[in-house]
Design a protein around this ligand. Sequence first.
Ligand code: OMP
Length: 233
Amino acid sequence: MMNKPIIALDFPGEQEVFQFLNHFEEKLFVKVGMELFYQEGPDIVRKIKDLGHDIFLDLKLHDIPNTVKSAMKGLARLGVDLVNVHAAGGKQMMEAALEGLEAGSVGKRPLLIAVTQLTSTTEEQMQKEQKIPLTLLESVLHYAQLTKEAGLDGVVCSVHEAKQIAERCGEAFLRVTPGIRLLGGDAHDQKRVATPDFARENGSSYIVVGRAVTKAENVVEAYQEVCRLWEGK
Ligand SMILES: O=C(O)c1cc(=O)[nH]c(=O)n1[C@@H]1O[C@H](COP(=O)(O)O)[C@@H](O)[C@H]1O
């Protein structure tokens, strides 16, 4: 069975979140990111969890190992299902993140993944601004390898790199892919985008979908359309 699409709850506050969630009868896999978490704090995670939804807490930690370790210890206590860091923080930082999660978990440890190159980054930007003298795919594969060596569960990448990561790091190493759009949909600030069906055919383990659902006129219909394409029905 396909993993549920992860729906990005990129809303300014609690009210908008519950307004959105109230449209759905089924349990969702949702993502709480910086916009929501910085406004509402850890309480919003507890409230969404109490409703029975699975949670990806996307705070993209990137700091010195000790700080990341302590922060992760605290986040683990929230009982979320998936959390992330930036692979650019380095192997030691990623190992520290894992240690923190293990120390803070009550019961099952949340899965830990690392962002490789953001889906809003182009190869040209990466080479010019980050001064990385590689192709974008090479950089993503390098970060994926480093993430695997640090013992994490997978990476965030675009659909366009997912297959090669599975070949290099193994099928069990997760490829979580944002930048998902329905055919003809506005890409907004995303650069490496793909449709849910392309993601299914190209090695994504999970898709992350925000505006294609949350900004749709009918959010339930948009969600169902994403599910239908993702599941290949
Ligand atoms: O870690 C993430 O979730 C993430 C990584 C990445 O490379 N690109 C990316 O878009 N995201 C997140 O995925 C979501 C995508 O939202 P939409 O572009 O609206 O579908 C946003 O909440 C981003 O913060």
